[in-house]
Write a protein that binds this ligand. Structure first.
Ligand code: CP
Length: 325
């Protein structure tokens, strides 16, 4: 099937079609092969400039975007919150306008305010990539998770994916919800009622507050960090109680199927949402997710910059077809 990417920006998975998601995943697969070569560099973005504009802390997303841009041979400019003139009162849009005046091609932006990348994209000439905005979306993390599931299970359609934790404040949960349901997975959300958005079932997901029930048929168990920095009121009696009810240790891991796979977007609070022996255990995909972050972000940078052709890769099972079909 011929697929084409026509968007200037990547702002969220909500607005993407299943075809666009598949195009991103297939492109990421091609770039994963590049990441496994001794020389991990292709000239796809030679002469282009990528700006990394991170106004919130980040380890995985920022470094994997930087590596992705370097592996595509782009020039990179990194701007941190404290060192920009935002701290002198300049507006975000003015800052971006000034950066754009230097003729950059892609601005990757992380911001604490939901909707900030979309606001900037309205007037920006360059491509805007959302690297996480408040509790709204984290589309590239959603793509990393979709890719990792596809890589390990050879499909996404028909899988039972349970997401556990602070759903209300999680941009990762929202991006995964859109991506997984569009590609045919069955999504269950689980967590304390105070951390579950009201009416979320209308988006085609199941909600339960019982972890054992949520784990029973799960193929994938995705755990989320408590977003204490985004909670404006006390929503939990204590972190210890959360860990006791929803934290996954070896004992609770046995409630799931033997081939259950564990995912976490990071950063992991060991001992709260996940015990160290589970985070580092054989069922954990946490470091696979980090590895795949580079290839997925290469695919995003390549496609938003106008890449049209899918680079050659071995034929892969489709994420939306059962194995062998
Ligand atoms: N998953 C994720 O967004 O991690 P960072 O905050 O380290 O980028």
């Amino acid at each position: 099937m011929t697929r084409e990417w026509t968007r200037k920006d990547l702002l969220g998975l909500e607005e993407l079609s299943s075809e666009e998601l598949l195009l991103l995943l297939e492109q990421a697969r091609a770039f994963k092969e590049v990441s496994l070569r001794p020389i991990k560099k292709v000239p796809a973005l030679r002469g282009r400039t990528v700006v990394l504009f991170f106004l919130e802390p980040s380890t995985r997303t920022r470094t994997s975007f930087e590596l992705a841009a370097k592996r595509l041979s782009a020039d990179i400019l990194s701007i941190q919150a404290g060192s920009s003139s935002l701290s002198k009162g300049e507006t975000l849009q003015d800052t971006i306008r000034n950066i754009e005046a230097m003729k950059v091609d892609i601005v990757v932006i992380r911001h604490a305010m939901s909707g900030a990348p979309r606001l900037v994209a309205r007037t920006a000439v360059s491509s805007i990539v959302n690297a996480g905005d408040g509790s709204h979306e984290h589309p590239t993390q959603g793509l990393v998770d979709l890719y990792t599931i596809w890589e390990k299970k050879e499909r996404i359609a028909g899988l039972n994916v349970t997401i556990v934790g602070d759903i209300a404040h999680s941009r990762v949960a929202r991006s995964n919800l859109w991506g997984l349901t569009k590609l045919g997975a069955h999504v269950t959300l689980c967590g304390p009622p105070t951390l579950m958005p009201a009416g979320i079932e209308q988006f085609g997901v199941k909600v339960t507050y019982n972890l054992r029930e949520a784990m029973r048929d799960a193929d994938i168990l995705m755990l989320l960090r408590l977003q204490l920095e985004r909670q404006t009121q006390n929503l939990l009696p204590s972190i210890r109680e959360y860990a006791k009810l929803f934290g996954i240790d070896r004992e609770k891991l046995a409630w799931g199927k033997p081939d259950l796979l564990i995912m976490h977007p990071g950063p992991v609070n060991r001992g709260i949402e996940l015990a160290p022996e589970v985070a580092d255990g054989p069922q954990s995909l946490i470091y696979d997710q980090v590895t795949n972050g580079v290839a997925v972000r290469m695919a995003v940078l390549y496609l938003v910059s106008g890449g049209r052709q899918i680079r050659k890769a071995r034929p892969a099972p489709s994420p939306t077809q059962p194995v062998g079909v």
